[in-house]
Design a protein around this ligand. Sequence first.
Ligand code: ADP
Ligand code: MG
Length: 491
Amino acid sequence: MADNESATASTTDQEASKSTETKRWADVAEEEQDVAEASSTEPKLDSLAIDDSRLGHSTLTDPDDSSIEAVTSGDTPYTSAKRFEDLNLSPELLKGLYVEMKFEKPSKIQAISLPMILTPPNKNLIAQAHNGSGKTTCFVLGMLSRVDPKLTAPQALCICPTRELAIQNMEVLLKMGKFTGITSELAIPADPANYIPIQKRPPITAQVIIGTPGTICKWMLAKKLGMSQMKILVFDEADHMLAESGFRDDSVKIMKAIAKANFSCQVLLFSATFDDAVKAFVSKIVEEIFVRDYNQMFVKKEELSLESVKQYKVHCPDELSKIMVIKDRILELGEKVGQTIIFVRSRNSAAMLHKSLVSLGYEVTTIQGALKQEDRDKIIKEFKEGLTQVLISTDLLARGFDQKQVNLVVNFDLPVRYDRPTEPDYEVYLHRVGRAGRFGRKGAVFNLLCDDRDDLIMGKIEKYFNAQIAEVAPWNSEKEFEVALENAGLL
Ligand code: ADP
Ligand code: MG
């Protein structure tokens, strides 16, 4: 029988919602934070020059075309890496990159950030880069190259907001590190059937741990996850991991424990978004806990939208017509172009849309946090293997989910803040859009609007990102949807 621990931690989103059943991380928007201003000891501005001509030519649109501002502190010189060979990686890792991953050369953000991560004194890094631009490779290579394969103890820890993302990052680590012999373990809520309380397990000896904050904290408190040999700590989706309404408490707890056990541990924080409040908090906390300077990489807010993903809005007369648009227009055309993710605001909305589409004869699957872990895993696996084409999701998959074949994203409901439903959740919007157009691929997003509030929210999103979102009108015109997909480069 599952004990209390596994029952309460049966889903990652439950880990974050200590208070109420309905408060899910995915649906919980960030609350206004009263965050102290960033430290006055700003690092020295020293933009790292990237000569694009040296990066060679890509058949894809460069996944990170816009300017990235790198702010390095101190006087460690960094040279951007034109080739993976420039990074002093082990032959085993290079083999993983070329043979397993089939990568040819570093993307722009990899070229900039990897030298900062790998060059001694291995400074801490706060890095923002576009969705789909290859951040995972930056921190997975960071972890794999800093681990000492001869030392049988946890040396790298990566913390993610959902079990789905932890599993996905682990898959990348296993593939990229295939020839290194480095050991790893997932720290995510276990299936109740296979659950062994951490107290009954031997201490963790795997060299790389990837997991969700609740489970990691549990392992840490049970003294089963030793921190004294920890060389590198990574936060994926770092803004959410350190947002007040996200996983701030657990994240800070883990950071403090590691700093106490091994003061020289390197911290990497990656995300496509860092709103001003979180950015200020993150900079302050990293400096306070690890008491040393750090490097930074940032993208301007206006340049965060993905150029390769075309965004549209569709005014629908009512909710039923939103379903009709999905059925008659988007799914019909979508079949020709690839896979589709439809984002909804709540578990209820997910269930309603699922039922409607299935009763109309469409094959769709749905993922949300209340499902059993094995069902969540199965739905993701089927979608990743291309066995299913259309996936309905709450914001559980808004961040990080990487599937190259997804080129249509539908916002059945626009993302709004949990505490203030008239306010858009800009970060979640950007992350949802970023599920299409991975690594410079083409994509399209359809925002379905059906009342004044939707209009207001859409307007605010356009203003925030300084983007004009084209309208597809009238809502039931087959021709207009075709034109939209043509303009997105998908038909
Ligand atoms: P994000 O920045 O959103 O975390 P990911 O790390 O998930 O992006 O990478 C997006 C996609 O780009 C993945 O499918 C990954 O395999 C691919 N990718 C990353 N780096 C490279 C590279 N150097 N060459 C080719 N593909 C790459
Ligand atoms: Mg990512």
